[in-house]
Design a binder for this molecule. Structure first.
Ligand code: ZN
Length: 406
């Protein structure tokens, strides 16, 4: 770790040649491995700070953008990585999907290393109120409180610092069955934005801890059932920490500002927010965000992984799931199932038209939509508008949903 940091400090991280600004950031190679490489930063309005036309990256509650020359090179790496991938995600929605909503959005403040909880009236919750780690979230705009020094704010994206949590702290050892697992899960929910991607990561961290006493097996099973299994993340987690490259079975952490797919997932919430309000999480809203995270990642390796392992109909999925009404409830929302449903549309409408299909689908649903009713009606409606053979394709879609118990 130390040698790597030293090495990083010795490499000039910025260069200004012909107006092109480059920086070291985490990107994936063709094999989906995370590497630290030099990338070009687009749409910058400053040559010294991570401040651009569409994003300003700040540390915590600060107002000024992170300096490219900051002595904390890991902070600079996080700022460069979020800045680079957020612009990539924004370009995707504007250039590929023609989103006029995204094109007109005000500049977004991106907070890295930010531990405060979100408060919908006060913007930031008090510093002492349960600081947050190992996650990321997108917050809705707020009107502030006049006279109390809380200024109005626009949508923002927050990345929490990583914090290593030992599995023992998660009360896993000595757990004697399902009750104990309930408390583990609720601890997770408090500590993390327990949805889809992040939820899967925590689940994976647990399931890969092989040296547990066997009496906990029922616990593992229960956790898998509740949390669902995911795809996007198996590969992601393995390379979640390009700084240390260490993968530990005993420790869980997530440096969310260094994981491209998490950055895309959060930006997708922003891009879809004209119809999918950022009021709360639901299976539908999280599945939609994951779909675009998978698309923007644009990795054939990842796409194959999602196709094979998704819980909706993946051929190699360890646990295919039938639809259950529980998926509609907030706590047990099964975003993975929705993600699988949406990804499967690529097989029916085609891989190239699928993103536009799912993007248009957002107009037919909202944050309160259920899988069984509004989501399916929305998919069928969108098919009437966009499918090449609407009658046949709608039948195909319905057959697939019937097979999963919907
Ligand atoms: Zn989310």
């Amino acid at each position: 770790m130390k040698t790597l940091l030293l090495a990083l400090m010795m490499i000039p991280t910025m260069s200004f040649a012909q107006g092109v600004v480059t920086a070291r950031a985490v990107i994936r190679d063709a094999g989906f491995n995370a590497n630290i490489r030099t990338v070009e930063l687009k749409h910058l309005t400053s040559s010294e700070r991570f401040d651009g036309e569409f994003f300003k990256v700040v540390k915590g509650k600060e107002g000024v953008a992170v300096s490219m020359g900051d002595a904390d090179r890991n902070l600079v790496l996080r700022a460069a990585t979020t800045y680079f991938h957020l612009n990539k995600a924004r370009d995707y929605f504007v250039d590929k999907l023609g989103s006029t909503y995204v094109a007109a959005l005000p500049k977004i403040i991106v907070r890295i290393e930010h531990t405060n909880q979100f408060n919908e009236l006060g913007h930031f919750a008090h510093d002492n109120l349960e600081p947050q780690f190992n996650n990321a979230l997108t917050i809705p705009a707020g009107s502030g409180i006049e006279g109390r020094g809380v200024k109005p704010w626009e949508m923002e994206i927050w990345f929490r610092p990583e914090k290593k949590v030992h599995v023992d702290e998660l009360k896993i050892k000595g757990g004697n069955g399902i009750g104990e697992w309930g408390s583990v899960l609720s601890a997770f929910r408090q500590q993390m934005h327990m949805t889809s991607m992040q939820r899967f990561l925590s689940q994976l961290a647990l399931t890969q801890t092989s040296d547990l006493p066997t009496e906990n097996v029922i616990g593992w099973e229960n956790l898998v059932r509740v949390a669902g299994t995911s795809l996007l993340l198996e590969a992601v987690y393995k390379y979640a920490d390009p700084l240390s490259r260490a993968f530990s079975r005993k420790w869980f952490w997530l440096d969310s500002a260094l994981v491209p797919e998490i950055i895309y997932h959060e930006y997708a919430h922003v891009a879809l927010s004209d119809h999918l309000e950022l009021s709360h999480s639901s299976a539908v809203i999280e599945g939609m965000a994951d779909f675009f995270a998978g698309q923007i990642a644009d990795s054939s390796k990842l796409a194959t992984n999602i196709k094979d392992h998704n819980v909706f109909n993946g051929k190699k999925a360890t646990r295919k799931q039938q639809y259950s009404v529980q998926f509609e409830t907030a706590d047990y929302a099964n975003s993975d199932f929705v993600f699988g449903m949406l990804w499967d549309l690529r097989a029916i409408v085609g891989e190239a038209p699928a993103p536009q299909f799912v993007y248009n689908l957002r107009q037919k649903i909202d944050t309160n939509s259920t899988i069984r009713k509004q989501l399916i009606e929305g998919i069928l409606d969108t098919c009437i508008d966009l499918c090449e053979h609407p009658f046949v394709d709608k039948l195909k879609i319905l057959q697939r949903y019937n097979a999963r118990g919907i």
